[in-house]
Design a protein around this ligand. Structure first.
Ligand code: WQD
Length: 334
């Protein structure tokens, strides 16, 4: 029995595939390389010494997807095939709703047809919206997202809840990621967004390697100790390991829909991250404080008790490792 991983060549998908292979799972990757590169697949093989099946296709292509389900014995699906740029989603909402929402509906419908009912969904801390108090708890109501990307996550969470009500043979884990950064310690996998990055760490590394002149820090007048925004940065390898624990739970206990925050439970400010990056890597990151970015909240971090109690999972890597590993990937890929 294999685990199907749409989006397995992407940033979080590739790190999760490594962990799946490390625990001895058979893996099938689907990817259309819309925001990833074919070399990543070879790098996964290099890191793990293991092989997997690969289909280059759009995960929402029903005909091709059905073929994948016919040709393989699939036990569970971990879906990472999703568009994820917040700003782009504001300009291209239709693309986001088609790819993220309609796409996942095709996938779930095909899963149902082939009686595969274990599903792990990549959700986001963004579903908590602006109203909930910090730290975020899974039991809090989801809020209103400030952009179409976030809305797709809220919609899909609701769709999954409705599916479970209709048929409680489904085993579903909804994982709400906080701010994943870092990369595999080998430096062979990492995050390399096309164009100018919008997330903080990818921007920092481009400044550090001289591709961008300076970092613009969005606001230093928040009600935080240094005035800059606070986020729960989590090492992507810890995040990937959280998926293994969630899949374990679905395999062993099953029959339920479970929601977990995947974060460290600690918040660091934008300037703390920049300073830790400079200290750890010895690279300079010139920055300028400018005005707030519309849609940003001051503080976001997780309560991580539920994942600890129910999955036995805690994030282990600290901010220095996150910075060092993000930088290693850039050094190695140049
Ligand atoms: C972090 C902090 C910025 C860039 C978003 C999505 C979320 C998730 C992760 C996507 C904030 C500040 C950033 C820069 C800066 N999804 N910043 N200068 O906004 O917490 O979360 O990405 O995959 O759903 O909303 O992450 O990395 O963009 O920003 O000062 O050039 O860094 O203001 O305080 P965010 P981020």
């Amino acid at each position: 029995m294999a685990v199907l991983v749409p989006g397995g060549a992407g940033y979080i998908g590739s790190h999760t595939v490594v962990e799946l292979l490390n625990v001895g799972k058979d893996v099938i990757i689907i990817d259309n390389f819309s925001n990833s590169k074919p070399e990543t697949l070879d790098n996964i093989r290099k890191i793990t010494g293991k092989d997997f099946k690969f289909y280059e296709m759009d995960y929402a292509d029903r005909e091709k997807l059905e073929k994948v389900f016919e040709e393989n014995k699939i036990e569970a699906v971990l879906n990472f095939a999703s568009l994820k740029a917040v700003g782009e989603s504001v300009k291209m909402p239709i693309d986001y709703y088609i790819n993220n929402v309609s796409g996942v509906l095709v996938l779930l419908d095909v899963m149902k047809k082939y009686n595969v009912k274990k599903f792990v969904f990549s959700s986001s801390a963004t579903v908590y919206g602006e109203e909930n108090p910090i730290p975020y708890l899974e039991s809090m109501p989801t809020g209103v997202a400030t952009n179409p990307y976030g809305t797709t996550k809220i919609f899909i969470e609701q769709i999954l809840k409705d599916i479970y009500v209709s048929d409680n043979e489904w085993d579903i884990a909804i994982l709400r990621y906080f701010n994943p950064i870092g990369s595999h310690e080998s430096g062979l996998l990492g995050e390399d967004p096309k164009g100018i990055p919008t997330n903080l760490m990818p921007y920092i590394v481009r400044v550090a390697c001289g591709q961008l002149e300076k970092l613009y820090v969005f606001g230093d007048d928040y009600e935080t100790p240094d005035g800059t925004g606070i986020r729960d940065f989590i090492h992507v390898v810890d995040l990937a390991k959280g998926h293994i624990k969630a899949l374990d739970k679905l395999e062993k206990e099953g029959n339920g829909i479970f929601i977990y925050n995947l974060g460290t439970g600690k918040g660091y400010s934008v300037l703390e991250l920049v300073n830790t990056f400079m200290e750890t890597t010895g690279q300079k990151v010139p920055y300028e404080i400018i005005g707030r970015r519309p849609g940003d909240i001051a503080v976001s971090y997780a309560n991580v008790d539920k994942a600890k109690e129910e999955l036995g999972w805690v994030a282990e890597k600290d901010l220095k490792e996150m910075c060092q590993d993000s930088w290693n990937y850039i050094v190695k890929s140049k």
